[in-house]
Ligand binder design. Structure first.
Ligand SMILES: *Cc1c(COP(=O)(O)O)cnc(C)c1O
Length: 439
C-alpha cells in the first residue's frame, strides 16, 4: 500500500465520496469526462461546490488552491465579477434565439482582430466540434482525404482523430478507442513530434493526398512539449509546397500564451486555427478561423455543411467577450508571463531538492511538473511506471496541503490572473512540504 491509502480511507465517508457513490449509479464511471475520475492517481474524485478566484471549495467545505482552472478556460480565475455580471445580464435577456445575435459578431470580431491571418471565424460549442469542422473544411477545400496528426497531440474525441501510431515505420493510424471503425481512421496518419525527417518522408510518399496537417503548436495534452520553432516552420513549408493546409489546434494555447496564441509567439501563420477553452471563459464555446478564401467553403456560402443549435448563443458569447476584454484591458498576457516567471523562481530551488527527478516546463501561464528522469522531452515519451506512481503520491500529498493539481502525471497546470504572489508562495511551500513527506 502506498502512503496515500490512509487519505483514501479517511475520505470514505466524506460528502465527495457519498456523491461519487451516487454518481456511479447513474453516470458511467461517476464522471462526465474520464480524467476527472482520479483513475491515474487513485482514490475517488473531489466534488466541488464553488470557486472564487484561484480557489475551490469542495463538498466537505475544504478549500484548495486550484492549479487546474477547469483545464484551461478560467484564465481570469473562478467567478470573475466581470464575467458573472456579463453572463447574468445576457441570461435575463434570453439564453438562446437560434437566430443571429449581436454578441456573436462581437466575439467573432475579437478573434479576427487577434489571430494572425484570420478573416472569418465560425463559432461552435466545444473544441472537439471546432477541430472536427476545421478538418471537414480542409478536406473540402483541398479535395483530398488524408489528415496528418502527431503522437502526443490531443484534438478532442472525433472518430478520425482517436488514433494511435501504428508499429514500426507505418504511420497508419489505428483506432485508439473501441467503437471507431478502422475505416474511419484509414485516412489519418500519425507522425512523431520533433521529427522533420518523418514528416518529409510522409510528404514525399503521399504529399498530393494530404488535405491537412493538424498540430498543437504548443502540445499541452501529454505534459507540456514545447516544439522547436524550426520543426513547426518545416511543417509550414511542407504544407505550403504540397498544397495541404496547416491547422494549428490552439484550443489550449489560443488567447492564453498570447493574444494571438502560439501563432503570434512563433511568428508562424497557419491556414486554419481552432479555439476553445479560454475563448468561452468557462462557458461552452469553440471556434475555427481562417482566411475568407477557405472559410467561404462553409455552408451557407459554400458546400461544406456545419451547424449547431446553440452555436453563438448570447450567454456563452457574453462570457467569452468579457474574458477577452478583461485580458486586454489589464494587460493580462504580460501579467500571466510575470506570474509564470515568478512561479519558476519559487519552484526551482524546491525541485532541486526533490527526492526524485522533477523538472518544471513552462510557457507563460502553462506549466508541467515533469517526472521524466531525463528532464523535459519534446516527444510523447511514456513516463516510467515508477514516475506515474510518484506523481500519484505527490498528488495526494498536495491535496493534503490544500493544493489541487491535475489528477494525472500527463496533464499541464494552469495559472490565472487570480493567482496572487501569496498563492504562488503557498504553492512553493506546499510543494516543499509535500515532497518532504515522500522522502
Ligand atoms: C481540450 C482540447 C480539445 C477538445 O476540446 P473540448 O472542448 O474538450 O471538446 C481539442 N484540442 C485541444 C488542443 C484541447 O486541449
Amino acid at each position: 500500500m502506498t502512503s496515500h491509502s490512509h487519505e483514501h480511507n479517511a475520505q470514505a465517508s466524506s460528502r465527495s465520496a457519498l456523491l461519487y457513490e451516487r454518481a456511479c449509479r447513474v453516470i458511467p464511471g461517476g464522471v462526465n469526462s474520464p480524467v476527472r475520475a482520479f483513475r491515474a492517481v487513485g482514490g475517488t474524485p473531489l466534488f466541488f461546490v464553488s470557486g472564487r478566484g484561484a480557489h475551490l471549495t469542495d463538498a466537505d467545505g475544504r478549500e484548495f488552491l486550484d492549479l487546474v482552472g477547469s483545464w484551461g478556460p478560467l484564465i481570469l480565475g473562478h467567478a470573475h465579477p466581470a464575467v458573472v455580471e456579463a453572463v447574468a445580464r445576457a441570461c435575463r435577456q434570453g439564453t438562446t434565439f437560434g437566430a443571429p445575435c449581436p454578441a456573436e459578431v462581437e466575439l467573432a470580431e475579437r478573434v479576427v482582430a487577434s489571430y494572425p491571418g484570420t478573416e472569418q471565424v465560425r463559432l461552435v460549442s466545444s473544441g472537439t466540434e471546432a477541430v472536427m469542422s476545421a478538418i471537414r473544411l480542409a478536406r473540402a477545400f483541398t479535395g483530398r482525404d488524408l489528415i496528418v496528426k502527431f503522437s502526443g497531440c490531443y484534438h478532442g474525441h472525433a472518430d478520425h482523430l482517436l488514433v494511435a501510431a501504428g508499429s514500426g515505420l507505418a504511420t497508419f493510424g489505428r483506432p485508439s478507442s473501441a467503437g471507431v471503425p478502422e475505416a474511419f481512421t484509414a485516412c489519418t496518419r500519425v507522425l512523431p513530434l520533433d521529427d522533420e525527417a518523418a514528416a518529409e518522408a510522409l510528404f514525399a510518399r503521399d504529399g498530393e493526398r494530404i488535405a491537412a496537417v493538424i498540430i498543437e503548436p504548443l502540445p499541452a495534452n501529454h505534459g507540456l512539449l514545447p516544439q522547436r520553432r524550426e520543426f513547426l516552420e518545416r511543417l509550414r513549408g511542407l504544407t505550403r509546397e504540397r498544397g495541404a493546409l496547416l491547422i494549428f489546434d490552439e484550443v489550449i494555447s489560443g488567447f492564453r500564451i498570447a493574444r494571438g496564441g502560439a501563432a503570434e509567439r512563433l511568428g508562424i501563420v497557419p491556414d486554419l486555427a481552432t479555439f476553445g477553452k479560454v475563448i468561452g471563459g468557462g462557458m461552452p464555446v469553440g471556434a475555427f478561423a481562417g482566411p475568407r478564401r477557405i472559410m467561404a467553403r462553409l455552408a451557407p456560402d459554400g458546400d461544406t455543411y456545419q451547424a449547431g443549435t446553440l452555436s453563438g448563443n448570447p450567454v456563452a458569447m457574453a462570457s467569452g467577450i468579457a474574458t477577452l476584454d478583461v485580458l486586454a484591458a489589464e494587460n493580462g498576457w504580460e501579467k500571466l508571463e510575470a506570474a509564470g516567471a515568478q512561479l519558476e523562481r519559487l519552484l526551482q530551488p524546491v525541485l532541486r531538492e526533490a527526492p526524485f527527478p522533477m523538472h518544471l516546463v513552462r510557457v507563460g501561464s502553462l506549466f508541467w511538473l515533469s517526472l521524466h528522469e531525463s528532464g523535459a522531452p519534446r516527444t510523447a515519451a511514456a513516463l516510467s511506471p515508477q514516475a506515474v506512481e510518484r506523481y500519484a503520491a505527490l498528488f495526494h500529498a498536495m491535496l493534503a496541503e490544500g493544493i489541487y493539481l491535475p489528477p494525472s502525471a500527463y496533464e499541464a497546470c494552469f495559472l490565472s490572473l487570480a493567482h496572487t504572489a501569496a498563492d504562488l508562495e503557498r504553492l512553493a511551500r506546499g510543494l516543499r512540504s509535500a515532497l518532504g513527506t515522500l522522502r
